[in-house]
Design a protein around this ligand. Sequence first.
Ligand code: ZN
Length: 101
Amino acid sequence: MEGYTIRLVEEADESCCPKCGKHSAARSGLKLFAEEHDQPVCRTCGKKWAPTMVALLDLAVTAERVGKSCRHLLTPPMESLLDLAHAAENYSHRAPKLRAG
Ligand SMILES: [Zn+2]
């Protein structure tokens, strides 16, 4: 089975998804990569081939956004907490069950 990784892209160029050829705009941030390709996989293909990794990516992106916007607040807005809870729940549904030990 093909491996996938999440990488931080600091200087993004326009790219084409290696799976379907879909064009994506240059945007920095966390992206999903298939192990043997240098270009990030688009969200549609990611959901098809590596749904767990997409859910993890969503969780990381949501956590980053909530963390940034709530850094100076004593109590984060309910909407942010719900977004984070939703992303976490999504990931935990897709994550492989890990055995302790
Ligand atoms: Zn694609």
